[in-house]
Design a protein around this ligand. Structure first.
Ligand code: HEM
Length: 129
């Protein structure tokens, strides 16, 4: 693993977080395997990209861009308008896993991030299916 002290540093800072987020939403837009996940999102993903980028910077231990703009993330509450069950959770994780791989994130860093994402994605479920 590289010498950074936070996951944000280990990933490579703001430009690397942005590249990961862009890869994640590009894949969501393109891959039929993520269609249920894509269908929950707005027609254009520009706003979603910015918000996830701002959020992840702070969540990974970097600058608090999201909190500065919107206050406390209240992530679960903000997801309540969207029906999220196992299928949506699994598509989110699969899409992020593919993005980590295509962005060539160092395997040890990617594994740590996948573990952190998995817990958060499961916590977002608001529907039994
Ligand atoms: C479990 C499956 C998930 C689904 C189906 C899902 C779906 C969505 C949708 C539809 C939006 C609205 C996009 C928009 O308004 O442009 C959203 C927003 C957001 N999601 Fe997720 N999400 C999931 C998991 C996650 C996870 C694991 C994270 C963070 C690690 C996350 C972070 C965010 C953030 C920061 C926003 C913006 C919130 C706001 O300010 O409105 N999501 N998500």
């Amino acid at each position: 693993m590289s010498a950074g002290t936070t996951p944000f540093d280990q990933l490579g800072g703001e430009s690397a977080v942005r590249a990961l987020v862009d890869c994640f939403y590009d894949l969501m837009d393109l891959e039929p395997a993520y269609a249920r996940l894509r269908a929950l999102h707005p027609a254009t993903l520009d706003g979603s990209r910015d918000k996830l980028y701002w959020f992840l910077c702070g969540w990974l231990g970097g600058p608090n861009h999201y909190v500065e703009r919107f206050g406390h993330p209240m992530l679960r509450a903000r997801h309540l308008p969207y029906a999220i069950g196992h299928v949506e959770r699994d598509q989110w994780m699969a899409c992020m896993t593919q993005a980590l791989s295509e962005c060539a994130v160092e395997p040890a860093v990617a594994q740590g991030l996948r573990n952190a994402f998995r817990g958060t994605a499961d916590w977002m479920r608001n529907r039994v299916d």
